[in-house]
Design a protein around this ligand. Sequence first.
Ligand SMILES: C[S@@+](CC[C@H](N)C(=O)[O-])C[C@H]1O[C@@H](n2cnc3c(N)ncnc32)[C@H](O)[C@@H]1O
Ligand code: SF4
Length: 449
Amino acid sequence: MSVELVERHTKPVPRYTSYPTAPHFHAGIDNTAYWAWLEQLAPNAALSLYIHIPYCDRLCWFCGCHTKQVKRYDPITTYLRALHAEIRAVADRLEGRGRVVALHLGGGSPSMLTPADFQLLNDLLRERFTFAEDAEISIEIDPNDMDAARYDALAAIGITRASLGVQDFDHKVQAAINRLQTFEQTKEVVDAMRVRGVRSVNLDVLYGLPHQTIATVLDTIEKVLLLAPDRLALFGYAHVPWMKTHQRMIDEAALPSVQSRFEQARAAAVRIAAAGYDAIGIDHFARPDDRLAKAAREGLLRRNFQGYTCDAPDALLGFGASAIGQLPQGYIQNTVATAEYQRQTTSNGTAIARGIELTGDDRVRAYVIERLMCDFSVSRKKLQELFGPAAAAVLEEMHLAVAHDADGLTEIRDDTFHIREEGRPFVRSIAAAFDKYLAVGGARYSLAV
Ligand SMILES: C[S@@+](CC[C@H](N)C(=O)[O-])C[C@H]1O[C@@H](n2cnc3c(N)ncnc32)[C@H](O)[C@@H]1O
Ligand code: SF4
């Protein structure tokens, strides 16, 4: 693939974990709107719960997550008090409606919680919500946090999937991002979770980090494959120092070029596929018998704030500072600053800072962008059936997109808009053509590859 082609299609665009994307949320959607939306949820609505723990005991310089390094545990104790208040307030508002099909503990590093705090959180959730028997319970783990008591605590609360950050095993790369973590340490956590019955293990690997080359990325992939993860996420390092000031610690001169990022991603993807994994969407891989791979084959893959998922809830309820929720009416986000989150939830139960109510046009574009990010194609017939006349403008834009596509990355075949094989690495840029908000906001994004 030519350097020019790669550079033409890697302009910074959103990662489309929602549409409209978070920079377009506004303060007009507040606690009152959230309460009203919750009250309209159907009694048997399938719920996915996301709980954000914005703390870590280390600060990796590459990190783009909403998190803060803490040296003591007291801030977490205070935070959990506020989190419990929010959980109680939302559950009260639901008055028993809804059934939890998935619970995800993310961060930051939820693995920092003490065993007793895991148990208290789990007890509260089980007391206030009805869980489906086969609910998926997942957690993001910083391998550095783990010990025998924590493994046991996670097993006791029924964790079904553990997601571990690896990033890269090369020492020079690890030193440049302030994240030291050996292969042995990672293996110990994977083995310990499996011994305790966790049936699905996901590992996160990054490309585009300082000092990474195709050779170091491939070496990391070989080691990762030795751990036989059920799922693998291969993310491009998002360098956004204007938003995450600690990323200024990263030496920009050591960052690979756009072309090198592209080649690292491709080499890793080829190696992972050769090991028998199915490629899922833009950055995931799964064993063919994994639920995610099955969903992808059946056209049932979904994309939300946590990335790719096979959960299809009626509502995603976000708890904790910065957490985002998705209800049939639209999106809501909690206030990002933890002190303000704690103040508000302790006094009135919620801390919604902003959100957006979906228009008819938003729903059409959200559907198109999600299908492109998941399947690399959208059936025009299905779009018409689902949305009727509201889909007319987007159907016309598909013709225009193909007509203006001098590189031949897209086509309309069998009444379906397809991203061709050569266009797949640029799906974010192609999806951006259907984003009506992109031209409006002044938001800045990371590179599209
Ligand atoms: C929310 S973090 C939590 C993981 C856990 N705290 C750990 O460090 O292992 C989840 C994943 O996001 C990815 N991530 C974090 N910052 C990123 C960035 N700037 N660009 C791309 N991916 C990033 C990393 O792969 C990380 O493992
Ligand atoms: S990568 Fe994980 S451990 Fe490191 S700062 Fe980010 S959330 Fe914390």
